[in-house]
Design a protein around this ligand. Structure first.
Ligand code: SF4
Ligand code: SF4
Ligand code: SF4
Length: 218
């Protein structure tokens, strides 16, 4: 079992729905987005085009952020998720430097919110229930919505199939641009899509073997 995601560049419209869904699910502090939109201009006027792609932690199979962590706060699970234990993280930032995608974020000592104070949703740390006060001075990133995956245990529900146990960004996408599933199952929808559409990971030269595959625009 190795969880992964495909992002269909032919379907994604760059609407930011997934970025906002993630923000809402995790109620991240000001300035921290686990998921972002990347833009690039290609070609020359009048044939110039603006390309876009959502990006987040790739939950790499060979994650350079893991071996550099001096406290083992960053670790890799059997199912491929790369996570951070905030109780053990000392905020040294080695992992931020090691990540070639710049998908790790430092939680500042002073958590910034609107002057009116925290909403009840923010106080609860979003649906994910993050204790942002306890995470001050540590490093955070996309969790592949592990709290949603965990809900599947003992229920018969399947991540990638049932909405309740599938990452928030995936179920929110109005263009149905993403698929979540088991990369190790050759018969899974995600494995078939990657094979048929020639899915690719970002920065292959980094040797990280991402669990997020982009499907080229047809
Ligand atoms: Fe680590 Fe960066 Fe890979 Fe995420 S994308 S697993 S933070 S190296
Ligand atoms: Fe490990 Fe935290 Fe240092 Fe990152 S900032 S390397 S997770 S102790
Ligand atoms: Fe955010 Fe969850 Fe999507 Fe990661 S998997 S980008 S944490 S909504």
């Amino acid at each position: 079992m190795r969880w992964g995601m495909t992002i269909d560049l032919g379907r994604c419209t760059g609407c930011y729905g997934c970025v906002l869904a993630c923000k809402q699910e995790h109620s991240t502090p000001t300035g921290i987005h686990f998921r972002r939109m990347m833009f690039e201009e290609v070609g020359q006027y009048p044939a110039a085009r603006r390309l876009h792609a959502p990006v987040q932690c790739n939950h790499c199979a060979e994650p350079p952020c893991v071996p550099v962590c001096p406290t083992k706060a960053t670790y890799q699970r059997q199912d491929g998720l790369v996570l951070v234990d905030a109780d053990v993280c000392i905020g040294c930032g080695y992992c931020m430097t090691a990540c070639p995608y710049e998908h790790r974020h430092f939680v500042e000592d002073k958590l910034e919110h609107f002057d009116s104070g925290l909403t009840p949703h923010e106080q609860a740390g979003g649906e994910a229930g993050h204790d942002w006060q306890a995470k001050r001075d540590t490093v955070v990133k996309c969790t592949f919505c592990e709290h949603r995956l965990a809900r599947a245990e003992g229920t018969g529900l399947k991540p990638g199939v049932d909405r309740e146990v599938t990452p928030a960004c995936v179920i929110t996408c109005p263009a149905d641009a993403m698929t979540f599933g088991d990369l190790n199952d050759p018969g899974s929808k995600i494995s078939r899509l990657i094979a048929e559409r020639h899915g690719f990971g970002l920065l292959p030269e980094a040797g990280t073997h991402p669990s997020i595959y982009y499907l080229p625009d047809r």
